[in-house]
Write a protein that binds this ligand. Structure first.
Ligand SMILES: Nc1nc2c(c(=O)[nH]1)N[C@H]1C(S)=C(S)[C@@H](COP(=O)(O)O)O[C@H]1N2
Ligand SMILES: [Mo]
Length: 336
């Protein structure tokens, strides 16, 4: 159930991340965050990322799904952003996963404690197929696809990530939503012993997010189980996360343990924290500023142009042709 909103200074972290001081972070610091400093192995330069799960291991665990970092096979698709992917160490080293702390390097440092096997996903609400599902019964590992999408955080930075996963629509169809299901809510794993950030009220726990059913069933929307040809690292939301590339990154739910079909619009973590700043839709939109900063451009993390490269933000993050029709007749300034 929804808790009461508590105002807390920790919310400010999101804002702090986009102030000029942090935005133009000392180059040495950001290179080290991305694991790119030091001689020899670039992984070796980032202690937080040299956890054992970084090394590819046997593909299966006792839970029947690939262990974090294990190689996974995925079919290449036509979905690809031109210009090349973000270096992998930036993706695994610069993260938002507040359950492990509000710093970008907290998730890589602390997420190794999270138990990801076995893994069950509870399906409930407006469905004819409620129950507890093992991951291998939700995700067909023989049908994995690679999708290279731009990943745009509301904090005005972006990466290009080669996700590995399946279209969300293929999974939701198995879960038999009733015709009364108009929305779907996702919930993140919560374990206060394993997740140091959950002992501070930076957000209400568990982290929840949601989509309209037609958004969830759009061709672009994924359940991801991997990235860079490997099963997801824990800091990136192992073993299962959502990816909605035309929306700000916080609409993605990491380490999903619950899928809930609903007749009415669900509560979402950042909206509960600050409804004026984080709407339910949160579509990437360069024309609608965040109340405290512009969304017209973004800092490119870990790309070819270094770490201070900027690019203009695109409407719907560059996915207008696939998603504009979802919002026909809606005022996108009001439905931010
Ligand atoms: N459970 C949970 N999911 C989360 C978050 C979080 O703090 N907790 N952060 C969100 C935000 S703000 C972003 S930008 C992406 C970051 O994903 P990445 O660290 O894999 O790049 O995860 C989203 N999903
Ligand atoms: Mo984000």
């Amino acid at each position: 159930m929804d808790l009461k909103f508590r105002r807390n200074p920790d919310y400010q972290t999101l804002r702090d991340d986009i102030t000029p001081e942090r935005m133009f972070m000392d180059r040495r610091h950001i290179l080290s965050a991305a694991g790119l400093l030091g001689a020899g192995s670039i992984l070796g330069a980032l202690p937080a990322c040299s956890e054992p799960e970084q090394t590819p291991t046997a593909p299966a665990t006792a839970g029947g799904h690939a262990a974090p970092g294990a190689a996974v096979t995925a079919k290449k698709t036509a979905f690809a952003v031109a210009g090349g992917a973000t270096v992998e160490d930036a993706f695994t080293g610069y993260c938002n996963f507040y359950e492990f702390g509000t710093g970008k390097e907290d998730p890589p440092r602390y997420a190794s404690k999270m138990t990801v096997s076995p893994w069950q996903v509870t399906v409930e609400g407006e469905t004819d197929a409620p129950g507890a599902y093992a991951l291998k019964d939700l995700i067909d590992y023989s049908k994995l696809e690679e999708r290279v999408y731009r990943h745009r955080c509301v904090e005005a930075w972006s990466m290009v990530v080669p996700w590995v996963g399946v279209p969300m629509q293929s999974v939701l169809a198995k879960l038999k939503p009733k015709s009364t299901a108009k929305f779907v809510q996702f919930e993140t794993y919560l374990n206060k012993k394993e997740m140091p950030g959950t002992n501070r009220p930076s957000l209400q726990w568990p982290y929840v997010e949601g989509l309209r059913m037609d958004e969830a069933n759009n061709d672009l929307t994924l359940f991801a189980v991997g990235a860079y040809g490997k099963a997801l690292q824990k800091q990136n939301g192992a073993p299962l996360r959502t990816v909605i590339p035309w929306k700000y990154g916080f609409k993605a739910t990491k380490s999903v343990v619950k899928i809930r079909f609903l007749a009415t619009q669900p509560g979402t973590a950042w909206n509960k924290a600050n409804a004026n700043e984080y709407g339910f839709y949160s579509n990437v939109n360069p024309n609608v500023s965040h109340p405290r900063w512009s969304q017209a451009s973004e800092r490119v993390i870990g790309g070819k142009g270094g770490f201070n490269e900027r690019r203009d933000t695109e409407m719907f993050n560059g996915y207008s042709s696939q998603v504009t029709s979802l919002y026909a007749g809606m005022d996108l300034k009001r439905n931010y």
